[in-house]
Ligand binder design. Sequence first.
Ligand SMILES: [Zn+2]
Length: 62
Amino acid sequence: MKTCQRCGYPIRGEAVEIDAFSSSGARPQMWRHPTDAGCNKATREAGPGATYTSPLQRHLGI
Ligand SMILES: [Zn+2]
């Protein structure tokens, strides 16, 4: 499963690949959610321990 480099949660659905360059020339594949809302959604879905998001924030997608 792809994991978001930004929020650290698994990505369900669309993922954006991050261009990552290392000094060795290797290019490890890294992924992130397409949007901040995607990160917030994944955080919410992670469970009760996740950061609380108010209904208004949910509505605004932030
Ligand atoms: Zn994310």
